[in-house]
Structure formats: C-alpha cells, structure tokens
Design a protein around this ligand. Structure first.
Ligand code: NAD
Length: 317
C-alpha cells in the first residue's frame, strides 16, 4: 500500500500525546505534525525535542500551534486531560475530562469538520459518546482508542504464557476500556488452533483458573504500571500509531476501537469497543461479536456500567 502524506494534530502534549507523536514519527505516518497544549511551552518543548530526530526519520514538519492549526488535518487526536492517580479508576476522571473535552471540541469544529477524531483521554468510552452527543460530526469519524491497548496486553500476556509470538495470536478485548472489559477467550486462536493446546507449564491449573489469572493480569496492567511509574504511555503511543496507520493508509484493519453503538445492528446507546474495520473514512464496519454465555454476561455488565456513567452529569450538556 502506498505511503499517504498527511497532517495530524495531537491535542494534549503530555506523556501520552508525546508518546503517540514519537511512535507516529518513527513509523513515518505523516508529513505535518502539530502539537497543541494549554501549556504552549510544553508543546513547543516537545516539538523541538522531536524535531531533533529528523535526520533519522522520514521528512516531516513538526511544530507547536493553536487550535487554528486543526484546519486541513486528516486526523485529530485528543489526549488532553487528567490521568489516573494511583488508586483512581478511569471512570473517576469523567467530571474533569468531560469539561476539558467540551472546550476542545468547541475549538476544533471552528476550524476543521472533516478530520477523523481519535479520542484517547479517559474515560475514553464515556468521552467518545460525549463527543458524539455534543458535535454533529459524521459518526464514523468519532473513534475512541478503546480496548486497542487492552487487546495488545491480552495478546502479550498470552504470548508470554504460551511461548508464541504475540503477532500470531488472534484474541480480542471488548467492552469498556476499564475494569469491566471482557477478554474473549472463546474465540481466541493461535494459527487456527484454540488456546488449549498452547497452555504450557500449567499442570494442575484448571482452564477456568488459568483464564481468570490471565484476565486479572490484563485488567490490572495499568494499575501495576501507574503504581510504579505514575502513568502509562508507551503502549498507548504504539496503539494509537496503529490506529492512525489503519486510517491514513486505508488498511481495512480490524482493531477494537470504541464508538457509539447506535446503529441498527448494535443499538446499545453507549460507546464501547468491538472489533471494527478501519480505513480512510474511519470506521468502515463493526464486526459481530462471537461470545460464549459467560462472556456475553460480562459484556452486558460492561454495557450497564457505561450506561450508568453516561447518565451522571458531565460538563455542559
Ligand atoms: P498528562 O498530564 O501528562 O498530559 C495531559 C496534557 O493535557 C497536559 O500537557 C495538559 O497541559 C494538557 N491539557 C489539559 N487541558 C487541556 C486543554 N484544555 N487543552 C489542551 N491541552 C490540555 O497526562 P497523560 O499521562 O498524557 O494522559 C492523558 C490522558 O490519556 C489521560 O486522560 C489518561 O487517563 C489517558 N490515557 C488513556 C489511555 C487509553 O488507553 N485510552 C492510556 C493511557 C492514558
């Protein structure tokens, strides 16, 4: 597939915004990158630092800017907002970050209405639904990074436990990007075989206990990192670069991004992640979920938790 030249804007130049920029630059995904932050000097500092790597990467213009720089962008990524503190859940961030999201969206739509929005700030599913509610942008253009990172953590954890390269593992995490996320073991496969034949070193551990251990490890991953280094950012940086690449190169790639499920097949009224095909126009299609009874129950719980979060007051509307 040909390399597509394009403009990308990242709003929020903190740990996550800078890591997404770094991952995107190394992959050569765009030829024009603008960093926006309420702290202009921080955005300028990151742009300068990243620019010093230019001799080693594809040519790209990197700069800090104001919201007017959104004009002409193909992708606008929003990472602005508070991050989780130790002990905080993602859903705890909703009040603070919905207000920030509202103020950012008000500015973005003044300058650009055709870009694809990738929302990363947490709680990402609630903020993705919020962005759909407060803007009239095309639904397929409003995408949350969702469980793309959790799916990567699931595949990594399975790769460690089964002794197989993570890129050969097909396994998805759906639902909330958060504590109620659902790991789909029943449809997971390695080279067409079920996981069972690869469960090494687990003599005496039942399949149920093994699954619970893996699920706990994946769900706890962010808490474990935050308790040690205060924030998570490299994994989400690479996850977002993958989402950007799928869009900018029109890859028709399946990723577990979050979107408001309100179409005729998925009328749930909340935004959450299901495997979705991504291309140059954003979400091309969402795939049907194959789940066993337990996974389906957990998925319904995840939907309910997100519904309750959406019913609480947020920002302006
Ligand atoms: P950070 O504090 O390092 O960066 C946030 C940045 O946003 C800061 O530079 C701040 O100045 C800026 N900002 C705040 N209000 C703004 C506004 N109105 N306009 C422009 N910029 C503004 O935090 P971080 O670690 O980069 O995390 C950012 C967000 O990403 C958090 O909500 C975090 O929970 C989320 N996150 C999401 C995932 C995911 O998988 N979706 C993973 C990790 C982190």
């Amino acid at each position: 597939m040909s390399i597509h030249s394009s403009k990308v804007v990242i709003i929020g130049s903190g740990f996550v915004g800078a890591s997404i920029a770094y991952a995107a630059l190394i992959r050569g995904l765009c030829n024009n990158l603008v960093l926006i932050d309420i702290d202009r000097e921080k955005a300028e500092g990151e742009a300068m630092d990243l620019s010093h790597g230019l001799p080693f990467i594809r040519p790209v213009e990197i700069r800090a800017g104001g919201f007017e720089a959104c004009e002409g962008a193909e992708i606008i990524i929003i990472t602005a907002g508070a991050n989780q503190k130790p002990g905080e859940t993602r859903l705890d961030l909703v009040q603070k970050n919905a207000k920030i999201m509202q103020s950012i969206l008000d500015e973005v739509v003044k300058y650009e209405r055709n870009a694809i929005l990738i929302i990363v700030s947490n709680p990402v599913d609630v903020l993705t639904a919020f962005a759909r509610k407060v803007t009239d942008l095309p639904p397929e253009h409003i995408i949350g990074s969702g469980t793309v990172l959790d799916t990567a953590r699931f595949r990594y954890t399975l790769s460690q436990r089964c002794g197989i390269n993570a890129s050969n593992i097909h396994a998805y995490v759906v639902g909330e990007h958060g504590d109620s996320e659902v790991l789909l073991f029943s449809s997971a496969s390695i080279a067409g075989s079920s996981l069972d034949s690869f469960r090494e070193n687990c003599a005496g551990v039942s399949e149920k206990d093994w699954r619970e251990q893996v699920a706990a490890e994946v769900r706890r991953a962010a808490y474990e990192i935050i308790s040690r280094k205060g924030a998570t950012y490299y994994g989400i940086g690479l996850s977002c670069a993958q989402i950007m690449q799928a869009i900018l190169r029109d890859e028709q790639k399946v990723l577990t991004v979050s979107s408001l499920l309100d179409d005729q097949y998925h009328d749930l009224g909340v935004a959450l992640s299901v495997p979705s095909i991504l291309g140059k126009n954003g979400i091309v299609r969402r795939l049907d979920l194959r789940m066993d009874t337990l996974e389906d129950e957990l998925f319904q719980k995840s939907v309910q938790i997100l519904r309750e979060s959406l019913q609480r007051p947020m920002g302006n509307p």
